[in-house]
Design a protein around this ligand. Structure first.
Ligand SMILES: [Zn+2]
Length: 248
């Protein structure tokens, strides 16, 4: 491959205190972004960052209710995602046209991700870690993480990929960092003590996924997760990430 970009871990100075100007968050389903990085999103927005949530599938299978239909669920989850984004202060939410369980790593999918990146022009892309090896992982999580990474490099960077974007006024874009949540190998912890409750409030907007009965238990689980993540760095509450720096 031509070009000077290469991918490596940021070993010496993990970007734990870096505040980006623009962030694009690729969430496999409505609610994954809030669970993985809701506190960090709210924190960066408070510090002046512009965050775009890219909802990669419509979540139209995520219900145990036998009376629920996919069409109804997709509409509900879209509204829930908008409401959750509002709580965090996110102004832009992009919905990609993929259905729950049906997203694949194809050129068309990469094209949709690249378009979102070239539009949002993020310093940081956030997504779920596609490389988890222990335990199960949802197909859409694997694919979303993989495609988001591929979209950053090389597809969004090189103008000869998806040249049709030029007609939309979009230029090639180099993303500086990728932050993976739900990772087995965290190397970066963001202090979210001040925004943890915003994260939990945002998550409550996903009522189709977290019923009112489970709200208390779920909120507690989020607090414990943040506490555990924070312990390593002496933070009261943290979100943990594996970070890749794209050298440009
Ligand atoms: Zn999910």
């Amino acid at each position: 491959m031509l070009g000077s970009t290469y991918i490596c871990y940021w070993k010496e100075h993990p970007p734990m205190t870096y505040t980006p100007e623009r962030v694009a968050v690729f969430t496999p389903h409505p609610d994954d972004a809030e669970i993985g990085t809701g506190g960090t999103i709210a924190k960066w927005i408070k510090a002046g960052a512009e965050v775009t949530i890219v909802c990669c599938t419509n979540g139209d299978k995520g219900s145990g209710d036998p009376k629920m239909t996919s069409a109804k669920l997709a509409a509900i989850r879209r509204k829930e995602q908008m409401a959750a984004a509002k709580v965090l202060g996110v102004k832009k939410v992009v919905f990609l046209p993929f259905r729950d369980g049906e997203i694949e790593s194809t050129m068309a999918t990469r094209g949709a991700f690249v378009r979102a990146i070239r539009r949002a022009r993020p310093d940081i892309v956030m997504t779920t870690d596609p490389t988890r090896r222990t335990g199960y992982q949802h197909h859409d999580h694997r694919v979303t993480g993989q495609v988001a990474m591929d979209a950053c490099f090389p597809y969004a960077r090189d103008h000869l990929f998806f040249p049709e974007h030029k007609k939309l006024g979009l230029k090639p874009h180099k993303t500086r960092f990728i932050y993976f949540w739900a990772t087995e190998e965290p190397d970066t912890w963001i202090d979210v003590a001040e925004t943890l409750e915003m994260k939990i409030e945002a998550l409550k907007r996903h009522a189709s996924q977290i019923s009112a009965q489970r709200e208390v238990e779920f909120s507690q689980r989020m607090r414990e997760m943040a506490k555990r993540s924070g312990e390593k760095k002496g933070y009261e509450a943290a979100e943990a990430f594996r970070v890749i720096e794209m050298r440009m």
